[in-house]
Write a protein that binds this ligand. Structure first.
Ligand SMILES: [Zn+2]
Length: 626
């Protein structure tokens, strides 16, 4: 079971994460709490649970070391300042809209040209079989692949496509260029006609699409015929069940109907999750996409770079190291139960579980396939975040306090709290943490010292130059670090900020960029280091979205995530402040009605690792997308 959440961004070299799993609900509910208008909580049990791949554990947990914590005095809360307010006018909703450009999926479309491999042309991209290209009007359907139906005592080998109001007589289209390998108006007898199409990709891969419950009078295509993406095939007929399209994708049986159900998990017998595969191919075809890692499950989390240069992700209970050149992964560590958290700090992997012992693994010396913990550290069960400390070790940010752990697992200090982590940023080897709850505060943790509470105030954090920007529920502020005691200065005040849908990022010149959502409008705003609002454009044309800003090598990017009733969409935009343009450079989506565990991880290789919530993961190079 997982819960919806806002996409989050990892800062290069400074992990800034908001966990989204059920077990990490602490932070999720916290963001939802801040963002009263976030998408509604929704259980995900009905999707995908029966089609996870069987994972062969490569290593099971056998803790053997005993922790030896060292105690140091507990600092008490001593707020040192209160914000001084210098309000600037709230912007009016009349701000000029930003200019939108870019159509990364549209740019992949081209005429079907026959080649030596295929006389019917190769696949350029795939569209959806009803209401193409995006199935935007289909509020339902396209999300029941692999579900068990007790009526048949079998698993659904396809997706049923329908919408309220009915789909009898609705046109059905080819999802891509291909050749008809089966077309029988009576293929399913009383359950009507069936068409199967073979599609060939430019790398030689083949896939079949299957369309069932078609009206026998409406067939527009014949066996052996070439069809183009978006070509009309037939209309939805009137089977014994209420009219709908039964849509499959598979790698086997180009001329067999096979009944639409299978005794066991259909993915083990050559069926593919159709809408997942369509989105995967749509992403793969876009410029700048280096590789696509097919959807495996909804719970993929980024952990960080390993000393080998590979990238560690956590999929449920299994750590996988991904080759950033190819996207291929190797499982290197599997736990019996899903770890509650993990972080890489100075080449060591710190892992916490549902008990009070955390484990440390060393990647500097260990062979990836032979991993045993080199140490342990004291922790609290669940509900925590691990923040890498400059110089090694981690800070455990849990509901009941902050704990410093050194590189060998020793406890350095502990502060009791009743708060949750909201955000964290690292500047000049000092970690800044904002917490929310009974002890709402910003904490400063110097590399060699214990945490000090800087101020009783909280918000999302970003660091640039000598400033820690604080984006709170009432406006934008910064921590003035030049004075004897750090104090909070107010840059701008706003009404009704929806912090959960808003975001901030530091620009290369020390300025800060906001993707700001309030009761009036949603807009991009730049403030400079003189606290002036120097640029502002409305994002109202984007509709209701959650916004996340990221910075890759000094250039700003915006991610917008939106959800309709049966689909969610993730779009990455490049922002050019000089020309007031927001260019869409990557588009991904799912047939889930809500985003699940989406994230964006800027890499020092000038690329983003992008995980579409509940969809494919991709390495994306914005520069080669232009
Ligand atoms: Zn069906």
């Amino acid at each position: 079971m997982r819960f919806t959440d806002h996409l989050y961004v990892h800062n290069l070299g400074k992990l800034k994460k908001i966990r989204t799993h059920g077990k990490r609900l602490a932070i999720t509910s916290l963001i939802l709490l801040v963002a009263s208008s976030c998408l509604s909580l929704q259980r995900e049990d009905e999707v995908a649970s029966n089609i996870s791949p069987n994972v062969e554990p490569t290593n099971t947990l056998t803790p053997s070391l005993t922790p030896t914590p060292t105690e140091t005095p507990t600092p008490s809360l001593t707020p040192t300042a209160t914000p001084t307010s210098t309000p600037t006018p709230t912007p009016t909703p009349t701000t000029e809209p930003i200019l939108f450009t870019g159509d990364p999926i549209g740019a992949t479309r081209r005429e079907a040209e026959p080649s030596g491999r295929t006389r019917c042309g190769e696949v350029d991209t795939l569209d959806f079989p009803m209401d193409p290209p995006d199935a935007a009007r289909f509020a339902r359907g396209g999300r029941d692949f692999g579900v068990f139906r007790s009526r048949y005592d079998k698993y659904h080998a396809g997706e049923d496509w329908w919408k309220s109001g009915g789909v009898l007589g609705e046109p059905v289209y080819s999802i891509g260029n291909g050749r008809i390998t089966y077309a029988q108006p009576n293929g399913w007898g009383r359950d009507k006609g069936v068409i199967i199409i073979e599609h060939i990709f430019n790398d030689g891969r083949k896939v079949l699409s299957f369309y069932g419950h078609l009206d026998e009078e409406s067939f527009e295509v014949f066996y052996g015929e070439c069809v183009a993406r978006g070509q009309l095939l037939a209309k939805v007929g009137n089977p014994r069940t209420p009219p709908h399209l039964h849509f499959e994708m598979r790698t086997h049986a180009p001329d067999q109907t096979l009944g639409g159900y299978w005794d066991i998990d259909p993915t083990t017998a050559g069926w593919i999750w159709p809408s997942m595969r369509i989105w995967e191919e749509r992403v793969r075809a876009q410029k700048g996409v280096r590789w696509v890692r097919p959807f495996e499950n909804t719970g993929i989390e980024p952990i960080g770079r390993l000393p080998s240069g590979r990238f560690a992700i956590l999929e449920d209970s299994t750590f996988i190291s991904v080759d950033l050149e190819t996207g291929r992964g190797v499982e290197f560590l599997t736990f019996l139960e899903e770890p509650t958290n993990a972080a890489i700090s100075d080449g060591k992997l710190f892992v916490t579980q549902e008990d009070d012992v955390g484990l440390i693994y060393n990647f500097k010396e260990n062979n990836l396939l032979d991993i045993n913990p080199i140490g342990q550290f004291p922790t609290q069960p669940a509900r925590n975040q691990l923040i890498p400390r400059p110089g090694g070790g981690v800070v455990i940010a849990a509901q009941d306090g902050l704990t410093g752990i050194d590189a060998n697992g020793n406890r350095l200090w502990r502060v009791e709290l009743n708060s949750q982590l909201l955000d964290t940023v690292t500047l000049n080897e000092t970690i800044y943490i904002s917490t929310i709850g009974d002890n709402e505060a910003i904490w400063q943790i110097p590399w060699r010292g214990a945490p000090e509470s800087v101020i009783d105030f909280t918000g999302k954090l970003q660091a640039s130059g000598q400033r820690v920007w604080v984006y709170g529920e009432t406006g934008l502020h910064y921590l003035n670090l030049n004075d004897q005691t750090p104090n909070l200065q107010t840059v701008a005040t706003y009404d009704e900020i929806n912090l959960g849908r808003s975001s901030l990022t530091a620009l290369g010149n020390g300025n800060v960029l906001l993707a700001h959502v309030d009761g009036n409008d949603q807009r991009l705003i730049v403030y400079d280091t003189e606290n002036r609002r120097t640029w502002e454009r409305s994002l109202r044309d984007l509709g209701r979205s959650n916004f996340t800003l990221a910075n890759l090598m000094g250039s700003p990017y915006l991610v917008s995530e939106s959800a309709a009733s049966a689909s969610s969409d993730l779009s990455l935009y490049e922002l050019d402040i000089e020309t007031d343009q927001l260019t869409k450079i990557l588009e991904a989506g799912t047939r889930f009605a809500y985003p699940i565990d989406s994230w964006l991880y800027p890499l020092d290789t000038d690329s983003f690792l992008v995980n579409t919530g509940g969809g494919p993961m991709t390495l994306f190079d914005p520069k080669s997308a232009e």
